[in-house]
Design a binder for this molecule. Structure first.
Ligand code: PLP
Length: 366
């Protein structure tokens, strides 16, 4: 086999997704017993109690394939979101939905517009499809520059990804900007709004994109159970899509793309709105402690609508390594002068702040 010609040329420049460091690795390197993994925007607590007992109950039935249409969960989500069943798609994480949408619509030579920095999977799916990734820099304040994104659209643009709130900066764009964008975006462009951190948002000016979904305009909205619902390890997310696009994703997804345990856990998590509210409030409170510590330590950061905080540093490698030495794993971005730190429990916050204090002491600043 001539591998160079056998494997599609588009894949050549791609690099695999790099997950954050593992806790065991860092325990060995730092010699610390307590290691905080704050690099993947996971929730610090386990799944909801109702989800845990439902998962246990279903284990003896895993000899059977999952419900390939995830009927119970879809019914529940449709009722909650006020959308018709033909629009709802469940994915093996919202990541799978990003990929399925790309596979359904992108052809070589198409263009995909998104803000930068933003979620690393957008350029990956563009490359995978032989499409061109068009990165539009965030405006000052690390927010989406929706006007510049409109200006970046050409005849060849097939998808615009909007990450709201944005990963890694935690920022949102507001209602008026979104409405203007929707009014002006040409009809040949599919707008995919990725709302992975929807449940953490507190700003009243946040536009819930499902409210703008009418089934007609080319708008898709993605959400996940990986974040506030703590089901990252199970892989389950959902999308609200125009019916023809939803139908296309059903053709190309794996027949049993979402496993039984994930379906059951997601279904039972949806019943516990009080726990969602509690987690949201606790996340908000921990962020305020982190902000005031960063203010005190002279660390420049961006106020966040998510469960992570983006901070600026002119020595990212040194700060990243020094935090590892304190047993705290954050997210770095290669040479970019920034780091992203996840929000954890109150005890995690205490450890995080102590680690930053130690690093500022050692390096003289961040
Ligand atoms: C903006 C954004 N979209 C999508 C995802 C993927 O989430 P999932 O676990 O549902 O695949 C993430 C995960 O971190 C994310 O940050």
């Amino acid at each position: 086999m001539e591998w160079e010609t056998a494997i599609r040329a588009e894949l050549e420049p791609m690099v695999p997704y790099a997950p954050g460091l593992r806790v065991s690795e860092v325990r060995e390197r730092s010699g610390k017993q307590t290691i905080l993994k704050l690099s993947s925007n996971e929730h610090p607590c386990g799944p909801f109690p109702s989800a845990l007992s439902a998962m246990e109950a279903v284990l003896p039935r895993l000899n059977r394939y999952p419900d390939g249409s995830a009927r119970a969960l879809r019914r529940e989500l449709c009722a909650r979101l006020g959308v018709d069943d033909e629009h709802l798609v469940i994915g093996n994480g919202s990541n799978e939905l990003i990929r399925l949408i790309a596979q359904a619509v992108l052809r070589p030579g198409d263009e995909v517009v998104f803000a930068w920095p933003s979620f690393v999977v957008y350029p990956m799916v563009a490359q995978m499809s032989g499409a061109t990734a068009v990165k539009v820099p965030l405006a000052s304040g690390e927010v989406h520059d929706l006007d510049a994104m409109l200006a970046a659209i050409t005849e060849r643009t097939r998808i615009v990804f909007l990450c709201n709130p944005n990963n890694p900066t935690g920022t949102i764009y507001g209602r008026a900007a979104f409405e203007r964008f929707l009014a002006e975006v040409p009809d040949h462009v599919l707008v995919v709004v990725d709302e992975a951190y929807f449940e953490f948002v507190t700003d009243p000016d946040y536009p819930d994109a499902i409210e703008s979904f009418d089934g007609e305009r080319p708008l898709a909205v993605l959400r996940t159970f990986s974040k506030i619902y703590s089901l990252s390890g199970l892989r389950i997310g959902y999308g609200v899509l125009p019916a023809p696009l939803a139908a296309a994703t059903h053709k190309i997804r794996e027949p049993f793309n979402v496993n039984t345990v994930a379906q059951v856990a997601a279904y039972y998590s949806l019943g516990d709105d009080a726990e969602v509210a509690r987690r949201k409030a606790e996340n908000q409170e921990q962020k305020t402690y982190i902000y005031s510590a960063f203010d005190r330590l002279g660390i420049s950061y961006v106020r966040s609508e998510t469960n992570f905080v983006y901070l600026h540093t002119d020595q990212p490698v040194e700060v990243f390594e020094a935090l590892l030495g304190e047993g705290v794993i954050v997210r770095d971005f290669g040479t970019a002068p920034a780091l992203r730190v996840g929000i954890g429990t109150p005890e995690d916050t205490r450890i995080t702040i102590a680690a930053f204090e130690a690093v500022v002491d050692r390096l003289g600043g961040v």
